[in-house]
Design a protein around this ligand. Structure first.
Ligand SMILES: Nc1nc(=O)n([C@H]2C[C@H](O)[C@@H](COP(=O)(O)O)O2)cc1CO
Ligand SMILES: [Zn+2]
Length: 161
């Protein structure tokens, strides 16, 4: 007989959106750090996604992925948060939230603030001691953008592809 009451173990909104950000990060070709972002409206609709990579037309096979040296990836890679903002073609992001697997840098913080995003939900904060993240947090605080760390639930989600 089929069950007549609702499932109780559906994933939560936070698990859903951070899950989408984590899945997006899997698209990144960066050998060292893969970051994913998912922008969500105030009524929980996904508006955009992004991951870190080189701009359109700049081949992953031709541009450098090394971190050091005169020519390196930092000149070319677009951060996941900026990609998610730029990927959105629907109009305003005023009042939206962004789920991101790594705390945004100062440059992305500027774009987040100026686009009208009002809340950041982040997972990792491995660069918290760097000046870019310290500057980022300073601006976000001044601009009234809320930040909260994603609380990991320990749930394992398996997807067979
Ligand atoms: N919030 C972020 N979003 C991002 O998309 N990134 C990207 C830029 C690089 O491609 C990579 C960082 O490389 P690494 O310095 O850990 O080898 O992650 C980095 C940060 C850190 O602030
Ligand atoms: Zn950034």
């Amino acid at each position: 007989m089929s069950q007549t009451t609702k499932r109780l173990d559906a994933i939560s909104w936070d698990e859903y959106f951070m899950g989408v950000a984590m899945l997006s990060a899997l698209r990144s070709k960066d050998p060292n750090t893969q970051v994913g972002a998912c922008i969500v409206s105030s009524d929980n609709k996904i508006l955009s996604m992004g991951y870190n990579g080189f701009p359109l037309g700049c081949s992953d096979d031709e541009y450098p992925w090394n971190r050091e040296g005169e020519d390196n990836k930092y000149f070319y890679s677009t951060h996941s948060e900026l990609n998610a903002i730029l990927n959105y073609r629907g109009g305003s992001l005023e009042g939206a939230k962004i789920y991101v697997t790594l705390f945004p840098c100062n440059e992305c913080a500027k774009a987040i603030i100026q686009s009208g995003i009002k809340e950041i939900i982040y997972d990792d904060d491995k660069y918290k001691h760097t000046q870019t993240v310290i500057a980022s947090k300073r601006m976000l605080k001044s601009a009234g953008v809320k930040t909260r760390r994603y609380r990991r639930t320990g749930r394992n989600v398996e997807v067979h592809m």
